[in-house]
Design a binder for this molecule. Structure first.
Ligand code: ARG
Ligand code: ZN
Length: 851
């Protein structure tokens, strides 16, 4: 039965203090827990402790042995008084823990992952985020194998434990929910540094990795120090412990985890240098380091009351890490990337069978709700509040929120209330963003008839599962008018707040025909359908004064012509070619922006815009457009391509990264137009590359063109980086991303490659995630792509349900696909659902996907 948001009840028992003892061993770890519990309110209910895959060795209450009572996995302890000391002893087996939740082994390191419900796999406990405890943790382990022993908080004691073992004791003074608990034991080397906080406290920073990886931690360390300073400057938030540790492990279900004072990361978001990580990888390292660090306030000091409130910490923290990246780089380019991610990952979620509000109402498995909706749309909702309140009142709001709720487990409602109380702005209607799913569509028409100018707006929010009818939302739209003749901003940017279903906004003193620049900077996460005058999008794509809106106009133009041709019309390319030419030739635009602006909308995005899409046709038409650009602008592209070779390979400046990005984009278009030229350039770029950005881009182009050059480069790449798992992930991903029907044959072979394993989430994502993300490969007409995907999901589910479940959603997109393929997608989902012993993770998503 699903868990419902409305069923929330405060905990019956609290656990103000807990002492834990770990006798660490990969085969059998014994965990002793001493819980000081207190009755919460007037009731006579017993203490119920969650547990999963625990071998219970003993139970005592106030020192007296008790015969354990277990009710569907829970340990039920009847208690007479208002307080008690409950002690348990359990055994667990980290090396057999393939789910990577709880205590597990990763490449010789023992580590934990407790969010959302992993702590119950370590010891019996009321595993819910509104039970906050002070932790004292004693770790004992073999000294040679596990010389480093880490836990949350501060180290208080360490020493020898006999028989080659040693121990360490850690104490965390801040009460925390058990999902923030962490321990690590391993043979780790430390990149140690310091940070002086704004009040002058010295914090010891450590990034712990395998010795050989130490040189790859410098970028993460710099990002950490930048984040600490940024949070002081921007939010007035100071770090609160004497140490801050980050540990990198290679087996990890997600990106990273914000455990108090001991963040645990997927190696992918820590280890980076320009030779083995692309610029995009490097930017992601900084963003994730910042994200986890920012959680120390937005998540840890103020945490979630229950898991329905997940967006309270995740939406806010994603918004904070996005703002950090904007401040550290180019805001417009960052915003384009953010919106691309939102459109690629969140819009389809909102438009499909898995649609849910950023604060969901029910779940079967909470791990399935770590979604783009909760995270990325959640961040857009915070951003809209900042836009509506303005930066100063927004900051007053966050100050009040952190001050009012420090040390508490609270709700999304508490956040909105703090914003309201601090700003005096009424957010009642705005709250619909928390409860209504689905991406609103806003239609816009600029009326300039009869000498007056007015913007006519209307909105509709589509029905989503369980929510047939919707109310109008608050949509903050940044709008400016651009003179059709002058190309200038004739009505400067202003904020139009759409609240009604229909609304008319007058614009005064508009004396010439105007073009509409709307949703500038993507001020609202909506789909805008604007009625366009002849030549309007073309003009905006060349001269909109907002960089983001200018990018949008270019994309709208490309999309218009692509969709018309996919729908059966003739492919018209002149307007797009002209716009791309203007972009390439501009002296005012920076290279990163150019690279984004000349990239066509992706195939997945186009499929989302269609009913009954034929993915093969989408691919053919899009390729034809790319070829037309490549042929029509060969000289411009070649010149731009050659110009990018000046990018300094040792530099990570915005300029150098932008040039490399443009290098990849122009190479791709040149190769689309002329395979021979593409091969020559890509082979040369591959061989002479001094950064992974250039090498990977060249490899991708070669792989797409196929032939001997591709095989030679792939073999070289494998040999060169064999010992670097994160780079070998790229080798898998590149091959699985080739947009062709034959890709499946290669993917099948790769699935049997000795370096492939279902047990490592990064490797699985590199193969299965890349494949499902490549429509022209995944949607083979014979449906074998779906069969392969279904088999992988079923096989992975036996080891790691959380990660297996991540690959279900692509099969759920059948509603957008033509009937022949759609039937095969449904059949694959049915096959998954018939599998005995399916996890509830996969069961929930496959069931909902089938509908
Ligand atoms: N809180 C983590 C982050 O935002 C994500 C942890 C998700 N892990 C999980 N097993 N559900 O970075
Ligand atoms: Zn997070």
């Amino acid at each position: 039965a699903p868990t419902l948001r409305e069923d929330y009840r405060a905990p019956d028992w609290l656990v103000p203090d807990i002492a834990l003892g770990f006798d660490l061993d990969p085969a059998r770890t014994v965990v002793r827990a001493r819980l000081s519990v207190t009755r919460n309110g007037e009731h006579d209910r017993p203490l119920r402790l969650e547990g999963e895959e625990l071998e219970l060795l003993s139970l005592t209450v106030d020192g007296e042995r008790r015969e354990p009572v277990l009710e569907d996995g829970r340990l039920v302890v009847a208690l007479g008084g208002a307080e008690a000391v409950v002690e348990t002893e359990v055994a667990i087996c980290p090396e057999k823990n393939s789910q990577l939740m709880g205590l597990y082994a990763s490449g010789g390191i023992l580590c934990t992952q407790c969010e959302a419900e992993g702590f119950r796999r370590i010891t019996y406990f009321p595993d819910r985020p509104d039970v906050l405890s002070r932790y004292r943790v004693r770790l004992t382990a073999d000294k040679a194998r596990y010389p480093v022993l880490l836990a949350n908080g501060n180290p208080v004691e360490q020493g020898e434990a006999g028989e080659g073992r040693h121990f360490a004791v850690w104490e965390d003074p801040f009460p925390k929910p058990c999902y923030l608990f962490a321990v690590v034991a391993g043979d780790l080397a430390c990149n140690a540094d310091r940070f002086r906080t704004m009040s002058g406290r010295e914090v010891a920073l450590g990034i712990w990795v395998r010795e050989a990886d130490l040189p790859k931690t410098a970028l993460a360390m710099q990002a950490l120090k930048d984040s600490m300073a940024w949070d002081e400057r921007t939010y007035g938030r100071e770090y609160d412990l004497d140490r801050f540790n980050i540990v990198a492990v290679s087996d990890f279900n997600f990106g990273a985890m914000e455990n108090k004072g001991l963040n645990i990361f997927n190696t992918r978001y820590v280890l980076a240098d320009p030779e083995t990580a692309t610029d995009a990888d490097i930017d992601a390292v900084a963003a994730v380091v910042a994200h986890e660090y920012f959680h120390n306030w937005s998540g840890n000091r103020v945490t979630c009351r229950d898991w329905f409130q997940l967006s309270l910490k995740e939406g806010l923290t994603v918004f904070r890490d996005q703002s950090f990246s904007e401040d550290m780089g180019s805001p417009a380019v960052q915003r384009i990337d953010q919106v691309r991610t939102l459109r690629a990952a969140q819009f389809p979620e909102d438009a499909g069978p898995l649609a849910h509000p950023i604060r969901p109402d029910s779940y079967l498995e909470i791990a399935n709700f770590y979604t783009a909706t909760v995270y990325n749309k959640g961040a857009e909702v915070i951003r809209m509040m900042r836009t509506l309140l303005g930066p100063e009142r927004y900051r007053k709001g966050t100050d009040l929120y952190f001050q009012r709720h420090d040390g508490q487990a609270v709700t999304c409602e508490d956040f909105v209330k703090a914003m309201e109380d601090a700003s005096g702005v009424d957010l009642s209607q705005f709250r619909l963003w928390y409860s209504q799913a689905g991406t609103p569509t806003v239609r816009a028409r600029l009326d300039q008839s009869g000498g007056r100018t007015a913007l006519h707006l209307d909105q509709s929010v589509p029905p989503t599962p369980g929510q047939p009818a919707k109310q109008p939302m608050v949509v903050p739209l940044k709008v400016a008018l651009i003179g059709a003749a002058s190309g200038r901003e004739i009505s400067p940017e202003r904020l139009v707040v759409l609240r009604e279903e229909r609304q008319v906004e007058p614009f005064a003193n508009v004396t010439e025909p105007a073009f509409l620049s709307i949703n500038r900077q993507f001020s609202a996460p909506v789909i805008v359908v604007a009625e366009r005058k002849a030549g309007e999008i073309e003009a905006l794509a060349e001269s909109d004064t907002d960089a983001f809106a200018r990018y949008e106009a270019g994309q709208e133009l490309m999309q218009r012509d692509l969709l018309a041709a996919i729908g059966g019309g003739e492919l018209r390319t002149e307007a797009v070619v002209t716009a791309v030419a203007a972009t390439l030739r501009s002296n005012a635009l920076d290279p990163a922006f150019k690279a984004d602006a000349i990239a066509l909308p992706g195939e997945s995005l186009l499929i989302e815009k269609l009913d009954a899409a034929d993915p093969a046709r989408v691919h053919t038409v899009r390729e034809a457009m790319r070829r037309a650009i490549g042929v029509g602008l060969k000289d411009d592209l070649s010149r731009a391509y050659m110009g990018t070779s000046r990018a300094d390979p040792s530099s990570l400046s915005g300029e150098a990264k932008g040039l490399r990005r443009l290098r990849g984009a122009t190479l791709g278009l040149l190769a689309a137009a002329d395979a021979g030229l593409g091969r020559t350039l890509a082979a040369r770029q591959y061989a002479s590359a001094r950064t992974m950005t250039e090498r990977q881009a060249a490899l991708m182009v070669l792989a797409m063109l196929g032939g001997e050059e591709a095989e030679a480069a792939l073999a070289d790449f494998y040999g060169r980086y064999e010992s670097d798992p994160l780079v070998i992930d790229k080798w898998f991903a590149v091959q699985a991303s080739v947009p062709a029907e034959e890709t499946l044959d290669r993917v099948e072979v790769l699935g049997r490659h000795p370096a492939f394993t279902l047990a490592n989430p990064n490797r699985l994502r590199a193969l299965a995630g890349s494949f499902a993300g490549t429509p022209a490969a995944f949607h083979r007409a014979d449906g074998r792509g779906y069969d392969w995907q279904a088999e992988i999901i079923v096989a992975a589910d036996k080891l790691n349900p959380q990660t297996a479940a991540r690959f279900v959603a692509p099969l759920g997109r059948w509603r957008k696909i033509e009937p022949g393929r759609a039937a095969k997608m449904r059949a694959a989902l049915e096959r998954i659902l018939r599998e005995p012993g399916l996890s509830k993770d996969v069961l929930e998503l496959a069931g909902k996907s089938l509908g």
